[in-house]
Design a protein. Structure first.
Lengths: 201, 184
């Protein structure tokens, strides 16, 4: 695809940018936007131009992170979800199922949540009803006594997965992983809606 | 190839750059490295030439003239030696365009450059002296004028261009503009 001026095209070839749009190749800023591709579920990095006209089979990933200060989940309710580790994210699929993903010794594990347990949680926390399917998730951090709940775009979750994959050791993660998770959540708390330097692992 | 006009050469350069940018193989990688080396060699040499010109009493104002000359301007731009930055060159291009657009009853109300992208909003002002060309032709005219001074722009987004591709008779122009809001 040929666009922009001749010098822009030449520079794109001679000095490819570190981060470029997956659709058109233009350079993208660090806090760039993502699209979620449906078929094989994957994230596409997009520039402002491509992000505005979302192609077939893709949908826009929201930009905002919201900390859920009013989120309520009792220990028993958490146990009922049967997540063996204190860090996980949950998203609703297009066909109404709820997927949970969490780290483990063998990498990221995925499980389908019991819908009754999720409905009970949503009854106490109506925000869960407004999660946009596929592209938004509930992120839970209960590691080391934390009690953090966030409504996050799905690209943040993938970033967390990558971080964990890099640092996770053994069954419970190890020091490095816990520090990485703590840093990640601290950044979620402080960061304005855009991603800044933490867009990609 | 040496007989090609500068415009044709730049067009071909752009095509080849786009083609090669999409290829992953070793030949493309070698082409990239070769290009980087040639650009570096020329760029450093030219920067030196310009510095010497600048220091020479007879060289005053020469850089400005090189920047305005159609043949030497691309060379300065290629090596990032043009005395005006992107914003200044875009402003200059739009300034040059204004009288031409005014004849069509069109003015550039606002524009901004960020991330190597230009966004400009056009408005239809009073009755034009001359019928504006169809939107796609007008768009190409504007882009061409802007890219001439700012080929390092990655995108030009023009808002407010008339959408219909048929000529709107002068007598109806005012009514159409009113109905369409900002004529876009």
């Amino acid at each position: 695809m040929v666009y922009g001026g001749w010098l822009a095209a030449l520079r794109r070839f001679a000095a490819p940018p570190a981060d470029s749009c997956d659709l058109c190749g233009r350079a993208v800023a660090a806090d760039h936007h993502h699209l979620l591709e449906s078929g094989p579920r994957r994230l596409l990095c997009v520039c402002e131009v491509c992000g505005e006209e979302v192609p077939e089979g893709c949908r826009s990933v929201p930009r905002q992170v919201r900390r859920l200060d009013d989120f309520r989940i009792a220990a028993a309710e958490w146990d009922a979800l049967q997540i063996p580790i204190g860090i996980a994210f949950f998203y609703v699929t297009d066909d109404g199922r709820v997927v949970a993903r969490y780290p483990g010794a063998a990498g990221a594990a995925e499980s389908l949540l019991d819908l009754a347990a999720w409905s009970a949680l949503a009854a106490a926390n109506p925000v869960l009803h407004s999660l946009e399917p596929e592209v938004e998730a509930l992120l839970v951090n209960r590691i080391d006594g934390a009690s953090d709940y966030y409504r996050v775009p799905i690209d943040r979750c993938y970033l967390l997965v990558a971080l964990i994959r890099r640092h996770w050791r053994g069954l419970s993660g190890g020091e490095e992983a816990r520090a990485a998770i703590a840093n990640f959540c601290a950044w979620l708390r402080d960061e304005p809606p855009g991603l800044g330097a933490w867009n990609h692992a | 190839m040496s007989g090609a006009s500068p415009q044709a050469a730049l067009g071909r350069l752009q095509e080849l750059s786009a083609e090669l940018a999409e290829q992953q193989g070793t030949a493309a990688a070698a082409a990239r490295e070769l290009l980087q080396l040639i650009l570096s060699l020329h760029g450093q040499g030219l920067a030196r030439i310009i510095k010497l010109l600048d220091e020479h009493p007879d060289g005053i104002g020469l850089l400005e003239r090189l920047a305005q000359d159609e043949q030497t301007r691309p060379v300065l731009l290629l090596h990032d030696l043009h005395p005006q930055d992107l914003a200044a060159r875009v402003t200059a291009a739009i300034t040059l365009l204004r009288p031409h657009l005014a004849v069509y009853g069109i003015r550039v109300e606002e524009f901004s450059v960020s991330n190597h992208r230009l966004k400009a909003t056009l408005y239809s002002s009073a009755a034009p002296s001359l019928q504006a060309p169809p939107a796609d032709i007008l768009r190409r005219e504007i882009e061409s004028a802007v890219y001439e001074l700012a080929p390092d722009l990655e995108a030009i987004t023009l808002e407010g261009l008339p959408v219909p591709t048929v000529y709107v008779p002068l007598t109806q122009l005012g009514r159409t503009a009113h109905a369409a809001g900002s004529l876009g």
